[in-house]
Design a protein around this ligand. Sequence first.
Ligand code: ZN
Length: 289
Amino acid sequence: MPELPEVEVVRRGLERAVVGRTIGAVTVAHPRAVRRHLPGGADFASRLAGRTITAARRRGKYLWLPLDDGDALLAHLGMSGQLLVRPTSAPDETHLRVRFTFTDDDDRAESTELRFVDQRTFGGLALAEGGAELPPVISHIARDPLDPEFDDAAFSAALRRRRTGLKRALLDQTLVSGVGNIYADEALWRAMLHYARPTETLKRGQVDAVLAGARTVMGAALEQGGTSFDALYVDVNGQSGYFDRTLEVYGRAGEPCRRCGTLIRREPFMNRSSHFCPHCQPRPRRGRW
Ligand SMILES: [Zn+2]
């Protein structure tokens, strides 16, 4: 599943490749890909044709392309979705779901189009009415730690009020977005905190350490084009990212901690796994931190 850095890589690719362009024809090859647009695929296509894309924005793992009429094209990549800018002459991908041509291709050396490709079709596209600034359906999603407007002090206060386990809070999209399972484990190792640490016991400096850890690992992923644990993930031009050499705990169960040598442990957590160093990140005990 693409995590936030991959989605940001896609956003940057779209910013370069489609902003300022006017949509020509829209072809919905699979209705499931636009299931969140309730009036259906034909309505989706007719309302997007002729609109000019003015920006490429992101909130958490949602992307949206504001349009010149104040609406927006909203996208979620789900488990396996890709937004690809391809030469019009390139053969269709097996799992091509939606195709957008552009009207400005006469000025370009090579005609290109935007393709939404999704093998498992958990992702999807929708038209967000009046959603150019922020689509209403995603307004409940918190900003992510890489967002320049993320408020560290407000996050720290809200986290401590939540009275839950630390990792559970990090995965709560209404508190902070974009910190998936991998980045949560990596941030917690860097901050030397156990995943079950009760949030109300955290000091501001510890919350800052978690944020710093998240930013370090997410920023490194961004520089390298995303983590690409899912072989299906590729960026806007179809290039795979790579990242795994900078991971400290995720995928390293049974290998030595690079800080203390203790073997990294993996435990079940919310239908997934948590990876941590039992020495650097001791399990919290009542009254003793
Ligand atoms: Zn350790």
